[in-house]
Design a binder for this molecule. Structure first.
Ligand code: GLV
Length: 312
């Protein structure tokens, strides 16, 4: 009888480090790398990132689908993922650290007025700008899951004035939490730096558009490190051009890679990073997945199981 197989399947990630990490963490499994699926009947587990179309429906003995990313949009609605199969999102600790560090870096960059100093440097201009305390900088985090809650907590610990907004009520020490449609207005009106860390669902798609942006104070900044589907690009650009938004840092886009001809690349108030705000580490991820496999086989609850009706 053949060994049970664990399949790594990504159309975009370099598989070498994943194969090595999964072999080390799951010695009892035959770790295979798509497109070399081997006998599909052997495959009990799959780890996915932008999976090749048509794959999931070909694995009759699949027990669990693991996402390589924290965001599971694109997987959750996959018609080929049978309804009874648990989908598990990535929660390796480095993903959390990467995200709060990314957001902190960009918040500090705006708070310490670095884009203005960079412009001054280009003009060889020596001029001191006003500097306000962290307390006077109102950061608003949309999305209070693992990434959002950790980011809010870190910023609050550094004395920023932090509020959070999410679908359902949360309590986070040092953070003013708002929720639901009813809580959105008050949250936006007090937010100088809006950070999006929401899951992408039908409810959150396009949330960073004209209606939301208009409720931010004039001169606000947007940082989107969640999904490109959260922003309405032309409405965001219109708000930057009118000066209602003073700047945006975007890590994610409707089309990735962002096409070379896209006007956002050259926008003077936009900082672009190529979907790198937080990157899953193969070694830590393999350990997390292996622990969930152990739990699954012991009949214990796995960590990070997605509620497929909510979409995250
Ligand atoms: C990255 O985008 C992730 O979902 O982890």
């Amino acid at each position: 009888m053949s060994r049970s197989a664990f399949l790594f399947a990504s159309a975009t990630r370099e598989p070498g480090p994943w194969k090595a990490a999964l072999d080390a963490a799951l010695p009892a499994y035959d770790v295979r790398v798509w497109p070399e699926v081997g006998a599909p009947d052997d495959v009990r587990y799959v780890l996915l990132w932008k999976p090749p179309a048509g794959l999931l429906g070909t694995l009759p003995n699949l027990e669990v689908a693991f996402s390589l990313g924290a965001g599971v949009d694109g997987l959750v609605d996959d018609p080929e993922l049978p309804p009874g199969i648990p989908l598990v999102k990535m929660g390796e600790p480095g993903l959390v650290e990467g995200m709060w560090a990314y957001v902190l870096y960009h918040v500090l960059r705006y708070h310490r007025r670095m884009p203005e100093y960079e412009a001054q440097q280009a003009r060889r201009e020596w001029r001191e700008l006003d500097q306000r305390p962290h307390r006077a900088c109102r950061v608003g985090i949309m999305g209070l899951g693992r990434l959002g809650a950790a980011t809010a907590t870190r910023l609050a610990a550094l004395d920023f004035d932090v509020a959070g907004w999410s679908r359902s009520p949360h309590r986070i020490e040092g953070v003013t939490c708002h929720h639901g449609d009813a809580g959105l207005d008050a949250f936006l009106r007090r937010t100088d730096i809006l950070v999006c860390l929401l899951p992408l669902t039908e409810q959150t798609r396009g949330i960073i558009g004209a209606r939301t942006i208009a409720r931010l104070p004039r001169g606000a900044v947007v940082i989107n490190a969640a999904r490109g589907g959260h922003q309405v690009e032309d409405e965001l650009v219109a708000a930057l051009d009118s000066g209602h938004l003073s700047a945006a840092t975007l890590d994610v886009f409707a089309t990735e890679p962002l096409p070379a001809a896209h006007p956002l690349w050259a926008h003077p108030r936009v900082t672009i990073t190529p979907h790198v705000a937080s990157i899953t580490d193969p070694v830590a991820a393999a350990l997390e997945v292996a622990e969930n496999v152990r739990r699954h086989e012991a009949g214990e609850p796995m960590a990070g199981v997605v509620d497929r009706s909510l979409g995250y």
